[in-house]
Design a protein around this ligand. Sequence first.
Ligand code: PLP
Length: 389
Amino acid sequence: MKSLSTLVQAVPGSPTTLMMQKGRELKAAGKDVINLAGGEPDFDTPKHIQEAGFAAIRNGDTHYPPSFGTPALLEAIAAKLARENNVHVTPDQIMVTPGGKWAIYATLAALLDPGDEVMILDPAWVSYAPMVQLNRGVPVHVALPAETNFYVTEAQLREYVTEKTKALMACSPNNPTGRVLQRDEIDAICAVAKEFDLYVLSDEIYEHILYDGHVHHSLAAEPGMAERTIIINGFSKAYAMTGWRLGWLAAPKPVAKLARTYQTQSITSAASFAMAAGVAALNGPQDCVKEMTASYTVRRNYLLDALDEIPGIESSPIEGAFYLFARFTNTDKDSLTISNVLLEEGLIASTPGIAFGKAGEGYVRFSFAERMTDLEKTVERLARIVPSL
Ligand SMILES: Cc1ncc(COP(=O)(O)O)c(C=O)c1O
């Protein structure tokens, strides 16, 4: 047989999926596994959004929809951007995708030539680097320092810019660290992007999940950034719609145009009835988003207080999203070993920090969008295991 793609063979599978799989296997074998490796709300999609999806199917909205998104959804997204983010775009700058992940992938396809470099601010979501590689680009890992809680500075960004740098990827609120970019970090990113003429992929998928008064600012709303920023967003996290596979991008016109070409020749479109549900999500009442965030806040506060009592584990401050990114301070074991020990001895499935880049070594990520009883059990088990790690 002829050999298979070297490009795809060079890309690792998602470590989060692997850990979740391990957890599922143990569960199937009858073990009381707590699965905190994933990243999805434990809520079902709010009823009024579900109903809009059912109604669309009943009304025959089961045919191929417009490839880039239905007019109603494109308009709802444009209105949301103006209302919530102070970003002003026309519907032709938007593309609806099957999940935010595909919005990132299609953006990279539109931006990159082989060998183009993309700066990734580590610790970063596990899929950024492989998606750059799959688009024949080169991921450049900007290791943000743990000592400053992964604070972004202009000086550090400059160190990694070369003449091949095409784009920078930023995520705020951040998966995995829980950080929300502050004003001077936003200024640093914008200054470097403008000076070196870089595109910026601004992943804002956790924008509504914020704690302690933290505020989300879209990078596209900053002066001089609209023409170089691609907003990535979606319905999975804010509206608990992971299974509907619905996301979107908003980009400068030339980028949106190429991303749209790419979409027509690849996955065609998101699902028709999912788009109808998306309209209900954006145009309907937003209480559900507030209620879910209030519930994450209770769980976050519980975990922060509980971990304070356990020697050997320290949580990063959690400003947004629903992850606890914890550092293990009384062991030399690497994060993969720690994650495995937690699974084998504590039946807790987590994601090792190294999965998010070298800057994440020493940390383990736990999703807390899970039942409170599971979080309580997690704390009990950590209290037993961590001191003797
Ligand atoms: C940072 C980040 N961006 C994008 C996504 C994509 O989500 P989806 O494809 O479900 O919209 C995720 C999902 O985990 C994520 O954590």
